[in-house]
Design a binder for this molecule. Structure first.
Ligand code: NAP
Ligand code: ZN
Length: 350
């Protein structure tokens, strides 16, 4: 069926209203009427082809929440009316070592992204959540247990939430850990909330002096304005773990130098241009590590949603109609959002 979406026809074109097709639900499919979709910096990188390889028309959006409006005959986990979410993944091979461990994001045969991924559906690549409706294999649909009134603020958990939750768990952050979160944007503000909820001592690193109080309100124990060398120096050799969410190229040495012996700096931000090569001396003298982490698997995403529902954690959002998306992207590039834009998908029909 034909539905309304918001997307771009080229890297240098603004997003606009377009009509797209969704397949009728197959036996294993869940059809979801999308209520809200979060706006991730990856949407912007993709739609403007900053990473290359973008297929057009491009309909971004992988922080999807809504309600089930139809299910296939073989679907067992969902029924009409259920409140559900879809994150960054809508498919994977289901038989490699990674999929067997529930790590579909590391699928050895390539996962299918919610947008810009391979599919038999028209137009030959997946189209994301800036749309009225989506049809997804039930294995990639998440249950949402937050109160309905919080639904819009739950949307960003589907990418920003899981992308920060997964490395915090993998590197065993908890009471007694000193954790840094670099870049207080969509991902970073969730990183602060989640690390705080896990019991860590959290230090927020921001380039924006104006976010100093706001970061404390999110749950940070301390805030460091990273442009201020004296403030940085006070934390040398002290962190177990630092999560770097920054969406732009910068020197990593200022942060590796803050790690303790055996501490790890995990990169989740994927800038358009590479970071300068980090100092080897900074790493070898204290056996420090730089690592990366990609979103999270389906089971862990459900675990994160349930953890957040239990602790009352949602994202801090600014709701926009789809028609304001280009303006929102420009503000996001400037760091001018507290802390996640969320599209009200009802605006797509207007
Ligand atoms: P965002 O909301 O734009 O936040 C990025 C933050 O980085 C900014 O708010 C800003 O925080 C800081 N920053 C400092 N200097 C910057 C600069 N020159 N340009 C842009 N930001 C700067 O973005 P996001 O949605 O959190 O995404 C962050 C990055 O993670 C993106 O590259 C995105 O593609 C990537 N990502 C990766 C994964 C993964 O699986 N690894 C998943 C989702 C997103 P301050 O004002 O506090 O300095
Ligand atoms: Zn994302």
């Amino acid at each position: 069926m034909t539905i309304k979406a918001y997307g771009a026809h080229a890297a240098d074109k603004p997003l606009q209203s377009i009509d797209i097709e969704r397949r009728p639900p197959g036996p294993q499919d869940v059809q979801i009427d999308i209520a809200y979709c979060g706006v991730c910096h990856s949407d912007l990188h993709t739609v403007r082809s900053e990473w290359g390889g973008t297929l057009y028309p491009c309909v971004p959006g992988h922080e999807i929440v809504g309600h089930v409006s139809a299910v296939g005959s073989g679907v067992t986990g969902f029924k009409l009316g259920d409140t559900v979410g879809v994150g960054c993944l809508v498919g994977s091979c289901q038989h490699c070592a990674a999929c067997d461990e529930g790590l579909e994001q590391y699928c050895e045969n390539g996962f299918v992204g919610t947008y810009n991924g391979p599919t038999a559906d028209a137009p030959g690549h997946t189209l994301g959540g800036y749309s009225q409706r989506i049809v997804v294999d039930e294995k990639f649909v998440l249950k949402i247990r937050h109160p309905e009134a919080q639904l819009a603020a739950v949307a960003p958990l589907l990418c920003a939430g899981i992308t920060t939750y997964s490395p915090l768990r993998h590197w065993k952050v908890g009471p007694g850990s000193k954790v840094g979160v670099v870049g207080i944007g969509g991902l970073g503000h969730m990183g602060v909330k989640l690390a705080h909820a896990m019991g860590a001592h959290v230090v927020a690193f921001t380039t924006s002096d104006s976010k100093r109080q706001a970061a404390l309100d999110l749950g940070a124990n301390e805030v460091v304005v990273s442009r201020n060398a004296d403030e940085m120096k006070a934390h040398v050799n002290s962190f177990d773990f630092i999560l770097n969410t920054v969406a732009a190229s910068h020197s990593l040495d200022a942060f590796t130098g803050l790690l303790k012996r055996d501490g790890t700096l995990v990169l989740v931000g994927v800038p358009e241009h590479p970071h300068p090569s980090p100092s080897v001396a900074n790493l070898i003298f204290k056996r420090r590590a730089i690592a990366g982490s990609l979103i999270g698997g389906i089971a862990e995403t459900q675990e994160m949603l349930d953890f957040c529902a239990e602790k009352g954690i949602v994202s801090d959002i600014e709701m926009i109609p789809a028609q304001k998306i280009d303006e929102a992207y420009d503000r996001m590039v400037k760091g001018d959002v507290k802390y996640r834009f969320v599209i009200d998908n009802a605006s797509l029909g207007r």
